[in-house]
Design a protein around this ligand. Structure first.
Ligand code: ADP
Ligand code: MG
Length: 838
């Protein structure tokens, strides 16, 4: 038996969209069949039914109403699926037999621009990658805003995946071969295969990028064309990301430093972005996020940005005035996107116009300021007058749907005005008729109403019927307590009014569509304006934040030395409400550019290291920094590695991951990089970890020469400063107060006091013989260690809760010292020693 014609049509369409849920339009529903229906009914929790398809077995089916489909689409996309929207291309009422159906759009995670998941503060990137001779080329675009860029990735597929994660690509378009390779390496990456043929090779949007990158760009454009079924003019020329002109921060470092997302996930509270973002627009917020993720690495451009920040600090009246204006500027980038998609409604166009109308005032504020850089910036802004002019056609407060009328303002089109006049006039006439009829009949409650079935009618209540002019009135409808009538003249006017209204709506929609189409011409100019305004917004935010948190302007030099006076971790400081945050200096001259940081747990080592990295990053975005003063080199890359034992992100973090991340850092770092190694090597047994840590320090010292901060709980490593001349020890200080350890959070020169634990034990009034013996043993351990590192234990520190000593520490903790005789105490100590030596 053959399938019914409709099922045949379905199967034909479905065969081209195997990897998507096919939403097949049937009247007011989108229906799904077969496997799609089985899966979707589960995922979306909708009822699974079945349908006769001409075969013995019924076909599984489920559906969602057309008007509420958006929510279901959101859900499927959020889970990484694709949805093909298949519409009826002909009016079912007018067509006999089967209507033609076509997929009008394939919605994918990277192209879903109108979903709820669209966050105004961040970009949603769709990527495409292709193999090149020396690595990969990667192109990516935000389909909602049109921003597009491409870069080369040196290295293997691993580096490509890192970058994809770093950019938070929603979807990566690749060839089928590459798809096979990548899917084996990263299950979370959403991959789409694209043969890549139909993008015109002459597309000028590739022009700004080297030839090597064209393949991935064309692949991306081709995918967009194929899925969106239109060439989207708002996708901008691809910007070439020249990695050597930017400060590169790999995925792990971004995460560890909590630049834009907190380690523990959710929201952005506690991140650097959260602290710095006082932008007035969503565009500004996205720009700031981009800048934080990709700071500059050239002095000239950095200093140019600094001048803008500085100008807004002094010109605070201009800053306030421009901020107020920016608050009234809508998201020009996403509005351009909607125009490009043809999905902009009247309100969108009104918002665009109202935003553009603010620009002359912004320009006026800037050009009228006392700052050269602001005047120059203002003079270069393009107010896009022609676009604003075009959009004056749109009424002040249009309704959501352009088909409801009221979108075009009065006075724009003579013909439209005539229709409107006729319809308004007709309505006035009806109001007058009502008054006249009331008077003539003396029925005060007489009224003229309208409904879709009968049109205009005169309504008289039953109690007043005897007064009605039944000779002229023609009965039309009887209600419980009223009668409805019509008159010939009423019907005549009705025709006039209704035709005028119908014509007026049709004409309005035509005019509206025309304007929306014409607006496409201005998209590139509006996008440029949007980009400039978002920069302005970021500079203003930098200035406000600098003032609020007492940041200062960092200076740059061409060497590699770091010199920071009274640096702070801006986020921790904010969390502590500024109270009690202890500022710290950081001096790393060229001949002493590796610091080994020791100190007890919770003494502030990690915070210190992070604050230096954050200062470097902020400085290279053009922001001021949380220091009393800072003189910095231009850093090319930052690597932050956190020992697995200290890694908060997940229980899954293993020593292997720690080592892989370290390897990545060490193989990529240069002498202009900043390396932060926080308790590396802690994830394995003591000697093992210590040996690795030492080897890494030596390697970085000898082979790389990067500015390096290395925190460690392996006290033994502090001896390295004797053999490595650029390595210096510093430590996080602590002291005792009323029998408690107090962390001073102050970094001091030299290694931490090794016998710190014994001092604390002394403070706790452990019997004197124990203390004495402990000191003795410590000295022994130390000299033994020098003899043979492989056979001796590491230090016994009360603050060391990791590795082999934890058992011993536990025993000491549990010991009831006051109840012990000195001998018993000595026995315990002896036992502990044996345990540790075994
Ligand atoms: P460590 O890495 O040495 O274990 P952390 O850097 O994690 O210590 O710091 C522990 C806590 O101490 C932080 O969460 C913070 O609250 C506080 N802290 C760190 N540095 C400072 C500082 N400079 N001033 C005030 N508090 C600090
Ligand atoms: Mg730490």
């Amino acid at each position: 038996m053959a399938y019914t014609p409709m099922m045949q049509q379905y199967l034909q369409v479905k065969s081209e969209y195997q990897d998507a849920f096919l939403f097949f339009r049937l009247g007011d529903f989108y229906e799904m069949f077969f496997d799609d229906a089985l899966k979707a009914s589960q995922l979306l929790e909708i009822t699974l039914t079945s349908r006769d398809g001409g075969q013995a077995d019924r076909i599984p089916m489920c559906g969602v109403p057309y008007h509420s489909a958006a929510g279901y689409i959101d859900q499927l996309i959020a889970r990484g699926h694709k949805v093909a929207i298949c519409e009826q291309m002909e009016d079912a009422k007018q067509k006999k037999g089967m209507v033609r159906r076509e997929v009008v759009r394939l919605i994918t995670p990277g192209t879903h621009t109108d979903g709820k998941g669209l966050d105004s503060g961040s970009n949603m990137f769709l990527g495409a990658a292709e193999e090149t001779a020396s690595g990969y080329s990667l192109a990516y675009a935000d389909v909602s805003t049109g921003e597009a860029a491409a870069r080369h990735i040196f290295g293997g597929a691993k580096a490509l995946i890192e970058e994809a994660r770093s950019l938070r690509l929603r979807e990566l378009v690749v060839s089928d071969q590459l798809s096979l390779l990548l899917s084996g390496m990263d299950q979370e990456l959403i991959l789409s295969e694209e043969p890549g043929a139909d993008a015109p090779a002459g597309d000028e949007r590739v022009a700004g990028c080297p030839k090597e990158l064209h393949g991935s760009i064309l692949l991306l454009l081709s995918y967009i064309n194929r899925t969106q079924k239109q060439t989207l003019p708002h996708i901008q020329p691809f910007r070439h990301i020249e990695t050597d002109r930017l400060l590169s921060i790999d995925f792990h470092s971004k995460r560890n430093l909590e630049l834009t997302e907190p380690i523990r996930g959710g929201g952005r509270s506690g991140t650097l972005l959260w602290l710095l973002d006082e932008t007035a627009t969503a565009m500004g917020s996205r720009k700031l996020r981009q800048w934080l993720q990709q700071p500059l690495a050239e002095r000239g451009p950095i200093e140019a940005r600094q001048r803008m920040t500085a100008a807004f600090i002094t010109e605070f009246f201009t800053r306030d005035a421009v901020t107020d204006l920016l608050k009234e500027v809508y998201d020009l980038e996403r509005l351009s996107g909607k125009i490009s998609f043809g999905s902009a409604n009247g309100r969108d166009l009104a918002q665009l116009r109202n935003s553009l109308l603010k620009v002359p005032a912004i320009i006026g504020e800037l050009t009228g300021s006392d700052s050269d850089v602001l005047r120059a910036f203002g003079a270069e802004l393009d107010p896009c007058e022609e676009a604003a002019e075009l959009l004056t056609a749109i009424s002040e407060d249009p309704p959501l749907s352009p088909k409801d009328g009221g979108v075009i303002r009065d006075g724009y089109s003579e013909r439209l005005d005539e229709y409107r006049y006729a319809s308004r006039n007709g309505k006035d006439w009806i109001a007058q008729l009502e008054a006249a009829e009331r008077q003539r009949t003396g029925i005060k409650s007489l009224k003229i109403g309208y409904n879709r079935v009968f049109g205009y009618y005169i309504e008289v209540t039953k109690s007043n019927l005897h007064l009605a002019d039944l000779e002229r009135y023609e009965r039309k409808q009887t209600l419980a307590n009223a009668e409805r009538f019509i008159t010939p003249e009423l019907k005549e006017k009705e025709t006039l009014i209704l035709t005028a209204e119908e014509e007026s709506l049709a004409l309005e929609y035509e005019l509206f569509s025309g304007i929306r189409e014409q607006a496409k011409r201005f998209i590139p100019r509006i996008q440029t304006l949007a980009s400039r305004l978002s920069e302005l917004d970021v500079f203003i935010s930098f200035a406000s934040v600098a003032e609020k948190y007492r940041f200062t302007k960092p200076s740059f030099h061409d060497g590699t030395a770091i010199s920071i006076k009274e640096g702070r971790h801006p986020v921790v400081e904010k969390m502590l409400n500024r109270q009690g945050y202890v500022p710290n200096d950081c001096e790393m001259p060229e001949d002493r550019n590796m610091l080994l940081i020791t100190g007890p747990n919770m003494s502030g080592k990690s915070t210190y290291m992070r604050q230096i990295a954050l200062t470097v990053i902020m400085a290279q975005t053009g922001s001021y920094v949380p220091t009393a003063s800072a003189c910095l080199p231009v850093t090319d890359q930052i690597f932050t590695r956190i020992g697995a034992a200290d890694d908060l992100t997940s229980g899954q973090s293993t020593f292997m991951v720690e080592m892989m991340e370290s390897r990545y850092a060490i193989t990529h770092a240069t002498d202009r990089s900043l390396l932060l190694f926080d308790e590396i090597g802690r994830g394995t047994s003591t000697y093992d970890g210590m040996a690795l840590a030492q080897a890494m320090i030596e390697y970085v010292h000898e082979e790389i020469g990067a500015n390096t901060l290395f925190s460690t709980h392996y006290h033994e490593l502090t001896a390295l400063s004797e053999s490595l001349d650029r390595l210096a020890n510093i430590h996080a200080s602590a002291m005792e107060q009323s029998g408690k350890v107090v962390f001073l959070h102050k970094m001091k020169q030299g290694p931490a006091d090794k016998s710190y634990g014994i001092h604390v034990a002394e403070l706790a009034e452990l019997p004197a013989p124990i203390i004495q013996r402990a000191h003795e043993l410590l000295r022994e351990f130390e000299s033994d260690r020098k003899k043979d590192i492989q056979q001796e234990p590491a230090q016994l520190s009360l603050f060391d809760d990791g590795g082999a000593q934890s058992e011993a520490a536990e025993a000491i903790r549990n010991a009831r010292i006051p109840e012990m005789t000195p001998l018993e105490a000595l026995q315990l100590l002896n036992e502990l020693q044996q345990k540790l030596n075994s």
